[in-house]
Design a protein around this ligand. Structure first.
Ligand code: TRP
Length: 454
């Protein structure tokens, strides 16, 4: 592809923000954030997440967008263009979506299944505690939905109808927000015991704090904002020079964090209402949303219809993210292997099937296979979010702080006016972020390999 030479620009300011938000808002916000918040201490997780988001997240996003806009290249080319010794960062950043997309599609498959489940009138069954576990414990069906999800994504990318999907999602996103607000208010008003969950979710309790809270919050931050994998570099390369990088970053952050926050508010208090806040319910992990939401809908008049609409919107948010993930991979494959678009798409489709299969089977046929104590889905999630993304983020900080120096990027950000948080950006990217990321990276590795229990 000639993406390196010919770059079209996003039309206007809103185009950039919408495209970046479309990629940022997805399963990370709706599925991943609530289960991490529930598991890692509620309020304290939220607090750590918000602090990290306005410091680290801000600095890293500004850096990535500025790198992209300055070099006008994709991550592979951008790092190479700026300093040859850092080419590997671009390569690593490009590998991450290859690891995420397959398991993202497995969860996309769960969402698809639940949407059809609501349509087919099985809400009552889905509201049972054991339903989700039984479902993912089957070999056949979850794989069918996983393949369906990845096939739809591939077809959209092959036929280049992303624009149409984005148009639909522009209408659906605000609807999703309204629906989430409605569900939150509904459960507060009707579910006994939800209040204890609100307190758990909003009030930081320092006794729940551990270094793993920070590890999880940081990984989630990268994941949710699509950072540390070159995506924002690519977006930056399409951004016009007169648009403020700082303001756009704030807007994307607020939007992305707002949806994650709302999603947590929808799910965590309901977990309390249905289980009395018992530890094992809070630690349900990836299944939390699928176990909790049908119960809420089941108590609601017209819940089956609302549930179907809700899952349809989540599916759409997941699709826009999956499309953007796939696009990145396909662009690199076309470029490097000199393939046509459809052959590159088919190749990526095949790779996703192969890599996603272990994640899909990890709850059924391969449930006993554990690596580092994790099922495949958790393993892929861990490698990308807790190892590779921090490495890319660390390298980006060192690169910007010491090789390139923050100055050229500050200048890039100043092209459209004053860069208010310039000092914060410089200190963050040069000193605080790299030191903290390194500490977090080391602790998560030590923890998982069981060397030190943190
Ligand atoms: N941010 C997406 C979400 O919250 C997931 C994601 C991570 C992503 N990296 C990405 C999506 C890159 C598109 C492109 O669901």
């Amino acid at each position: 592809m000639d993406s390196e030479t010919k770059r079209s620009s996003f039309t206007g300011k809103i185009g950039f923000i919408l495209a970046a938000a479309g990629s940022a808002v997805g399963l990370g916000n709706i599925w991943r954030f609530p289960y991490l918040a529930a598991k890692y201490g509620g309020g304290i997780f939220l607090l750590v997440y918000i602090i990290l988001s306005i410091t680290f997240g801000f600095a890293l996003m500004v850096a990535e967008i500025a790198i992209g806009r300055k070099t006008q290249q994709s991550p592979l080319g951008a790092f190479r263009a700026l300093d040859k010794r850092f080419s590997w960062v671009g390569i690593l950043a490009t590998i991450i979506p290859v690891l995420i997309l397959p398991y993202y599609s497995v969860i996309g498959g769960w969402v698809t299944k639940y949407m059809f489940g609501f349509m087919a009138g099985s809400m009552g069954d889905m509201a049972n505690d054991a339903y989700f576990g039984d479902y993912i414990g089957k070999v056949g069906e979850p794989i069918v939905w996983f393949v369906a999800f990845i096939a739809i994504t591939t077809l959209i990318v092959i036929f280049g109808v992303q624009k149409g999907i984005e148009k639909v999602s522009k209408v659906m996103m605000p609807m999703l927000v309204v629906l989430m607000l409605f569900i939150v208010i509904y459960s507060f008003c009707t579910l006994d015991g939800a209040w204890a969950g609100v307190v758990y979710y909003l009030k930081p309790d320092f006794s729940h704090f551990s270094i793993m809270t920070v590890v999880a919050a940081m990984g989630q931050l990268f994941y949710s904002m699509s950072l540390a994998m070159g995506i924002m570099i690519t977006f930056g390369s399409y951004m016009k020079k007169d648009i403020s990088i700082e303001k756009s970053t704030h807007q994307i952050e607020i939007f992305d964090t707002g949806i994650a926050f709302l999603s947590g508010l929808m799910i965590v208090p309901a977990v309390f209402a249905f289980s009395g806040g018992n530890e094992s319910a809070l630690g349900k992990g990836p299944g939390l949303m699928f176990i909790t939401l049908p119960k809420i809908f089941n108590t609601m008049p017209g819940g089956a219809v609302i549930g179907a609409i809700f899952f349809m919107m989540v599916l759409l948010a997941a699709l826009t993210s999956a499309i953007s993930l796939m696009e990145t991979v396909v662009a690199v494959v076309m470029d490097k292997l000199k393939l046509k678009r459809w052959s590159a798409c088919l190749l990526v489709f095949g790779a996703c099937l192969l890599l996603g299969l272990p994640s899909a089977l990890g709850f059924s046929a391969w449930a006993n296979v554990k690596i580092l104590g994790m099922q495949f889905l958790d393993l892929f999630d861990f490698i990308s979010n807790s190892i590779l993304m921090p490495i890319v983020a660390l390298a980006t900080c060192i690169f910007v702080g010491f090789i390139l120096k923050p100055k050229p990027l500050v200048e890039e950000a100043e092209l459209s006016g004053k860069f208010k948080a310039k000092k914060l950006f410089e200190i963050m990217i040069k000193w605080i972020a790299p030191v903290c990321i390194l500490a977090i990276l080391i602790s998560s590795v030590l923890d998982v390999f069981g060397i030190v229990k943190i």
